[in-house]
Ligand binder design. Structure first.
Ligand SMILES: Cc1ncc(C[n+]2csc(CCOP(=O)(O)OP(=O)(O)O)c2C)c(N)n1
Ligand SMILES: [Mg+2]
Length: 596
């Protein structure tokens, strides 16, 4: 693989779990080729999360292959495949499959079907893969591999690539042409946008009085953070960051208004509400970023979407600049030398930034409890980690709090999987991020619910000597969904558990260094000490789930039933009907002639 002249191997090895359908063939190949290292996980889903996190941290310039047995080993990877595909991250999945020769069917773990023999559980990979193939003859691999590599290395097409491998075919001998084994370099392009669209985009920006940039994950993937920093500084255009885009700018960049959308800062959300032009860069414009299409309320708002994927570039009836984020930003910067936002807007941007820093400091130093507040723990981890270190998270109430509060200092220092928000990503993901950046410390922040779902990968981290700092925020249940349930009038039904789980003993039993910390001082000492530990270290902190970080100037559309026997649900529905009216149909362009 090569981009901007630097060549690197695309695969760093393989993760997986052996079983029938993979021990011969692929298993034997890994055994005979130790230069392609194979590592074992505890759950195949985790193998895919490791590969995903590694690829995300490496800006999609590398990944792992993930292997599994047939049946449950394979289907365990499907959640991981969806996570990778939704986040547009390359992973190569090699599940074993049933016999192509069929005569011994049904084999152990085979899904039988009376209407077709051409069905296996691996068909469930199809909707969650960007490329799927089943290799029923050995020579098919000659055609499949180039397609797999094209998709994996394509900035606009990438996601999970699945090659299902029937167990008998894997073990067949075949005379492949030697060219198949020749070194091949896959160039990752930086496509340039259409000239006419570019000229119009420049006019739109020049005509704009309240422009706002929404920075998504594509800014990081394209390594456009430097270009964005210069463009924003020179034009004064403020930047709001999506979850995937957070860290596009350092938190203290004068134009960085921080998180935008449902979990956004007041400044970014007010700027979004009033913006007459939104320049969306490398973002899917998900509901969390657009506040379920309520974020942009200026009746004349229009969008310029800079995206390498045509699909995303056309969202919101935008002027599409289909191309690489860095290439497009450099062109815009050169063409807009005379442009700068007005003084009043510039002053508002500075004021919003100052106010937000005060609010963050307030939450960082609440001195609540014990139990301490989650915002304070975030503040302590932020202060005690180094600028180059990485915070990693995926689901629960932490992503929203981190999106608002985390002060990102270096690109890729903020690693959130929030496309699928997949509980269980955290610890496995930490392994992938740490392997991508061995010299940076990785702080995995994880709720008790997610931790209970997939803490088993602590064993893999110990086994591979991939050291993680894991902070478990224990609020005895699902604070996020509990809060959501209350907001829809359901009172938190089914979201907390009185079960006292001894997380410290659990982590220690898997081989980690583990302590409990209760007071602010204890939490501070325990987090500080983590860096000195020679293996994965776990700090368990009880947090007060009632001490929440508030929302600011935003809304999220979660459906509420039209009818219920519970009065609080009926009341919540009435509030919902009011709020949902703010949703806009951005897919319908504002006609040019109705513009002022
Ligand atoms: C695999 C999976 N199942 C269910 C959900 C829905 N969900 C989102 S957050 C959450 C609770 C997470 O609990 P915890 O990790 O303790 O975090 P908290 O909400 O308490 O901050 C649930 C059930 C999910 N995102 N992923
Ligand atoms: Mg919890």
């Amino acid at each position: 693989m090569e981009r901007d002249g630097g060549e690197h191997p695309f695969f760093a090895g393989a993760w997986g779990i052996f079983g029938h359908g993979i021990i011969a063939g692929v298993g034997q190949a890994l055994q005979e080729n130790p230069d392609f290292p194979y590592r074992m996980v505890r759950n195949e889903q985790a193998a895919v999360h490791i590969a995903t996190a590694y690829a995300k941290a490496r800006n999609r310039l590398g990944t792992f292959a993930c292997i599994s047995s047939i049946g449950p080993g394979a289907t365990n990877m499907i959640t991981g495949a969806a996570t990778a595909t939704i986040n547009r991250i390359p992973v190569l999945l090699l599940p074993g499959d049933i016999f192509a020769r069929r005569n011994v069917a049904p084999v152990l773990q085979q899904l039988e079907s009376e209407h077709s023999q051409d069905v296996s559980v691996n068909d469930a990979f199809k909707p969650v893969s960007r490329y799927f193939d089943r290799i029923n003859r050995p020579d098919q691999i000659i055609c499949a591999l180039p397609e797999a590599m094209r998709v994996l290395t394509s900035p606009s097409q990438t996601g999970a690539v699945t090659l299902a491998l029937p167990q008998d075919v894997q073990a067949e001998a075949f005379d492949y042409p030697v060219e198949l084994f020749a070194r091949r370099v896959w160039h990752i392009a930086r496509p340039e946008p259409d000239r006419a669209m570019m000229a119009r985009a420049i006019q739109w920006i020049q005509a704009s009085r309240r422009p706002l940039i929404v920075a998504g994950g594509g800014v990081l993937f394209s390594e456009a953070t430097g270009a964005l920093s210069e463009f924003a500084a020179r034009t004064g255009i403020p930047v709001g960051e999506s979850q995937a885009g957070k860290g596009s700018l350092a938190f203290d960049h004068p134009q960085n208004l921080g998180a935008v959308g449902v979990t956004g800062t007041p400044g970014a959300n007010i700027a979004a509400r009033e913006a007459d032009l939104v320049i969306a860069i490398g973002t899917r414009l998900s509901d969390f970023t657009t506040a379920s299409k309520t974020a942009f309320q200026n009746p004349n708002v229009r969008f310029i979407n800079i995206n390498v994927a045509e699909f995303d570039a056309f969202k919101h009836a935008a002027l599409p600049l289909v191309g690489d984020a860095r290439a497009v930003l450099e062109q815009l910067d050169a063409a807009l030398t005379g442009y700068r936002v007005g003084g009043e807007y510039a002053r508002a941007i500075s004021r919003w930034k100052e106010e937000w820093e005060c609010e963050t400091d307030r939450i960082y130093t609440l001195r609540h409890g014990p139990p301490i507040s989650q915002g304070e723990v975030i503040g302590l981890v932020n202060r005690l980690s180094r600028p180059q270190d990485i915070v990693l998270c995926a689901a629960g109430s932490l992503p929203g709090d981190l999106h608002k509060l985390w002060r990102t200092r270096q690109p890729n220092g903020y690693h959130l999987e929030y496309g699928y928000s997949c509980m269980g990503y955290e610890i496995a993901g930490g392994i992938g991020a740490k392997m991508a950046y061995p010299e940076r410390d990785v702080y995995v922040m994880v709720g008790d619910g997610s931790y209970l779902m997939m803490n088993s990968e602590i064993a893999s981290s110990i086994q591979e000597g991939v050291k993680l700092n894991i902070i478990v925020l224990d609020n005895h249940g699902f604070s996020s969904i509990g809060g959501l349930s209350k907001s829809i009038g359901s009172g938190g039904f089914g979201t907390s558990y009185p079960l006292p789980v001894d997380f410290v003993s659990m982590a220690a039993a898997l081989g980690a260094h583990a302590v409990r910390a209760t007071t602010r001082e204890e939490v501070e000492q325990a987090i500080e000490a983590m860096r000195g530990h020679d293996r994965t270290s776990v700090v368990v902190v009880e947090v007060d789930k009632e001490q929440r970080v508030p929302g600011y100037e935003s809304w999220w559309d979660v459906q509420i039933s039209e009818t219920s026997s519970i009065a609080s649900i009926r009341e919540a529905r009435a509030r919902y009907e009011e709020a949902v009216r703010k949703e806009r149909r951005h897919e319908l362009a504002v006609p040019e002639e109705s513009r002022p």
